[in-house]
Design a protein around this ligand. Structure first.
Ligand code: ASP
Length: 477
């Protein structure tokens, strides 16, 4: 059955391309986010979402449309190059004052790139970690059989690690990963490229706060009524958990998630977080669902009788312009493919302990929930992440975070032809705010940090206001 549906991939467009990006989540509140700083994020996010959306819709010389993999890599590269975010150029420091970068990428289907998902960590010299992750994924077909690029081919390779290719490995760390980056011709930089004043000051303040906390003689995390904090988190400051991410569905129904980070401020040197760890900070997968009842379709709808999670996503297809109509067919039977990809940001150790991203996928698949419900159960207020913090919630940053994602549903007739499709942008968080932007079904761009709240909308000009991406495709304002 899979072959029948997979053979459709990359032949003809079957759905409307969509994109959502994030620039981190955490203790973002009016007290920790001055309006001037908000405007910097707003201009950056709207510019990057608009450029990435244009990239996604721009046909390639052979007439095909860009893949979700290339589009998500493009978006995250722009985010990594902007020092506002805790990724690439603006990465945070470890306790030892070092930048150690991490990234990952994953796609929902294995047809073109069988490796599907990879993570990289412990990078000190790779300018754009996301490009390394993407390269490792694209080369997966060769790597899986041990025939990838030979590092001996690189000038001056003597005396270095024996890294003939990425092999079938899913996660590569440190020197081995950097050798492959060099072998692939990716740009390496001096570690000083990642030094920024803001991050250095946050690093120093964090260590001082930790020292001050240690000197308090009061018992308990909030014992003296003073603001709580650690070297990595503060109740009265937004210490960037500013990981960046992009989730894209391309015209061919593949969903890709790309995520990149400097990790937690003042993490231990050598710590590996959720961002490069499959299932914790990112996940992408697809599966088929046989529908409970089917009957012959009409020209306008395959008349599917939908079960569980699919109700409300596809069942209302006739009444909404959001459904991507693919022409008439007479299905003998109906099969639905659900694809979902999510990118997380927040306290990575909590994401690791709850395998947060994979849990979203599992709830959607085995719990028969919509992607939106599944994501909220994990990362929404009172969800699994918050629950995992126990009585430390609100005191250490544990459990805090958010996620973005896309669910794409394609309905196939009995001959394996896609007859209808629909995608849904997913987003939720359990903390003060999540920096995010997306393009809706009508091609309108939005940027938001908070939940809908008239008081916050008045304070933060532009919050949630519809924008024409065309107006944001130039350089950052
Ligand atoms: N999740 C990241 C980490 O813990 C931090 C972030 O999202 O900003 O490494």
């Amino acid at each position: 059955m899979w072959e029948s549906y997979e053979s459709q991939i990359s032949r003809k467009p079957i759905t409307q391309p969509r994109i959502i990006i994030h620039g981190g989540a955490g203790n973002i509140r009016p007290e920790t986010m001055p309006p001037e700083r908000y405007q910097l994020f707003r201009a950056s996010l709207l510019t990057i979402i608009s450029k990435s959306h244009r990239f996604l819709l721009n046909p390639l010389p052979d007439g095909s449309l860009p893949t979700a993999l290339d589009s998500a890599t493009y978006a995250v590269t722009l985010l990594e190059d902007d020092p506002l975010y805790n990724a690439g150029r603006g990465a945070v420091f470890t306790r030892d004052g070092i930048n150690e970068l991490e990234a990952s990428i994953m796609i929902t289907n294995p047809t073109r790139w069988p490796k599907r998902g990879v993570g990289v960590s412990g990078l000190r010299r790779v300018k754009n970690p996301i490009k390394l992750a993407a390269e490792l994924l694209k080369r997966g077909g060769q790597d899986l059989v041990g025939k990838g690029v030979a590092v001996e081919d690189v000038e001056g390779a003597e005396g270095r690690l024996n890294v003939p290719s990425a092999q079938g490995h899913t996660h590569l760390h440190g020197a081995a990963a950097e050798q492959l980056a060099e072998a692939y011709g990716l740009e390496l930089v001096d570690p000083s490229y990642f030094w920024t004043k803001d991050r250095w000051e946050q690093h120093r303040r964090g260590l001082e706060r930790e020292k001050a906390m240690a000197e308090l003689t009061c018992s308990g995390l909030h014992g003296c009524g003073t603001p709580a904090g650690t070297a990595s988190w503060s109740s009265d400051e937004f210490i960037p958990q500013g990981t960046v991410g992009a989730v894209v569905v391309d015209a061919y129904g593949t969903v890709c998630v790309a995520t990149s980070t400097g990790g937690l401020t003042n993490k231990l040197t050598g710590r590996i977080g959720d961002t490069p760890t499959v299932g914790a900070g990112f996940w992408a997968e697809e599966w088929l669902e046989e529908l409970e009842g089917q009957k012959a379709g009409s020209s306008s709808c395959p008349a599917v009788v939908l079960s569980g999670a699919l109700k409300g996503l596809v069942a209302d297809c006739l009444s909404t312009p959001r459904m991507y109509q693919l022409g008439s067919s007479s299905p003998k039977r109906v099969v639905t493919k659900r694809a979902i990809a999510v990118s997380g940001t927040g306290n990575g150790d909590s994401f690791l302990r709850t395998t947060a991203a994979r849990t979203v996928g599992a709830i959607a698949q085995f719990g028969k929930e919509s992607g939106a419900v599944a994501l909220t159960k994990v990362t929404g207020p009172g969800g699994e992440l918050q629950r995992s913090a126990g009585d430390r919630w609100g005191k250490t940053g544990e459990g805090e975070g958010g996620m973005i994602g896309i669910e794409c549903i394609v309905v196939y007739d009995g001959d394996g032809n896609a007859v209808e499709s629909r995608s849904e942008i997913l987003q939720d968080f359990n903390c003060g705010g999540m920096l995010r932007a997306w393009v809706d079904e009508q091609g309108v761009a939005f940027m938001r940090v908070f939940r809908k709240d008239p008081a916050l909308a008045a304070k933060y000009v532009g919050e949630g206001i519809p924008e024409d991406p065309q107006n944001w495709c130039g350089e950052k304002l």
